[in-house]
Design a protein around this ligand. Structure first.
Ligand code: ZN
Ligand code: ZN
Length: 413
């Protein structure tokens, strides 16, 4: 205790300090009380010791360090509550921006009397304003993942909100062979608008992302949407079956209590004929990471054109020989401009002939994640080995591709 009183005595000889600033000097020794209460009792103890030594206490004046900023706690809290009142949230955290001159003075004080046991002014401001806001709003402070951080600039009493994004998990199906999974900015103008894109800034006018994202963005009154899919299919492939898992992220939502059932109806109306959505529920950034890292098997249905005449017996032999084949795929020519040219090994887990006509087949395949199905069928000029074309002895090409299932073992549904 003597240590605390000595430090306070020294500090008061250096400059006049308010109870808050005096109390913060020993915040880490004498816990279990507030800074202002500690400051008050330490000041009294200093006064008693000085009286015994016939020394005076300094006259009460403006706090040299904070310039009596703590008298404005109520005002800061009130501004914060008003600002927070414009959005939906359950948890919050207070952050403060303090005049650098105040922080400089605090550091000078620490170098004068020792700052090892002290707490910075920001920590006290954040905590004390947080307590008032908690009491008045009934909402809780959350240090780890608050819905919103209210940042108070203590020079001007100005409050800014940093609103955490919301995440919504779901599965989508895509029935159109003309829309991509995600928003696709124009390559020429990067989204600004030019002749090439008819001033839309986009290569494709619609996407699965925009069908759901635009609707949810409007409901949530957010700033923007981001789409995190568990992989993606080609634009000209349909996504059928139970759909593909994804997480939609909405940044800076002013509303976060969304009625996901009502939203499902709205997004499905918006997607009519092109895409639909199911299983919408709240998600997290962690789940985004899981979804991006997942490597699910996929089941495809491929319509194949054979350039030549083959008989069914021969096709069946080839199908059997390639079911459970390990194949090596050099990065396909069609994506080589944006991916590294690598050779990857993949497994065809299952291959079946579903329909047969002389020059047209329908194949069903179950493949390891990352298999290029079109190239497995065509051979991609020898870049995929073995391939369906090479085994059959005739050039073959996929004329239509559907994903029937994304086998996500964590979220079957
Ligand atoms: Zn002060
Ligand atoms: Zn453009």
């Amino acid at each position: 205790m003597n240590d605390i009183i000595d430090r306070a005595d020294k500090a008061l000889k250096f400059q006049y300090l308010c109870d808050h600033c005096l109390g913060r000097l020993s915040a880490h020794v004498d816990t279990g009380t507030t800074d202002v209460e500690r400051g008050r009792s330490v000041r009294e103890a200093v006064a008693r010791e000085r009286a015994a030594r016939n020394e005076d206490m300094p006259e009460t004046t403006f706090c040299w360090l904070c310039e009596d900023m703590f008298q404005e706690l109520e005002r800061f809290a009130q501004e914060t509550i008003e600002k927070l009142g414009t959005i939906e949230y359950d948890t919050f955290l207070i952050g403060t921006r303090v005049d650098p001159a105040v922080q400089d003075r605090e550091e000078r004080l620490w170098s004068e009397v020792g700052g090892e046991k002290a707490e910075p002014i920001k920590a006290e401001l954040n905590r004390e304003i947080g307590k008032i806001v908690e009491r008045r709003t009934g909402k809780e402070v959350d240090f780890k993942s608050p819905d919103v951080v209210a940042v108070i600039d203590t020079r001007f009493g100005h409050v800014e909100l940093d609103i955490a994004p919301i995440f919504i998990y779901g599965r989508y199906r895509k029935f159109s062979r003309e829309i991509p999974q995600t928003r696709w900015p124009c390559r020429v103008c990067q989204g600004k608008g030019c002749k090439r894109c008819d001033n839309t800034g986009k290569m494709y006018q619609n996407s699965v992302q925009e069908i759901i994202g635009n609707v949810v963005l409007k409901e949530a009154e957010g700033a923007d949407h981001f789409f995190h899919g568990m992989g993606r299919e080609d634009i000209d492939a349909r996504m059928l079956g139970t759909g593909r898992p994804f997480v939609l992220e909405i940044s800076e939502p002013r509303k976060r209590h969304l009625d996901l059932e009502a939203l499902t109806i709205l997004v499905n109306e918006n997607g009519a004929g092109e895409a639909d959505f199911s299983g919408l529920r709240r998600s997290t950034r962690d789940e985004v990471r899981q979804i991006k890292a997942a490597t699910p098997d996929k089941v495809y249905l491929a319509e194949v054109k054979v350039h030549g005449k083959v008989n069914k017996g021969r096709v069946n032999e080839v199908v059997q020989s390639l079911s459970q084949a390990r194949i090596t795929q050099q990065t396909p020519t069609r994506v080589a401009h944006r991916r590294a040219d690598l050779a990857r090994e993949r497994e065809i887990h299952d291959l079946q002939l579903m329909e047969f006509a002389e020059d047209r087949l329908v194949l069903q395949l179950r493949t390891e994640s990352g298999t290029y199905v079109k190239e497995f069928v065509s051979g991609d000029n020898g870049r995929t080995v073995p391939s369906f074309s090479a085994a059959l002895g005739f050039p073959c090409e996929v004329t239509a591709l559907d994903v029937l299932q994304v086998i996500d073992t964590n979220n079957e549904g």
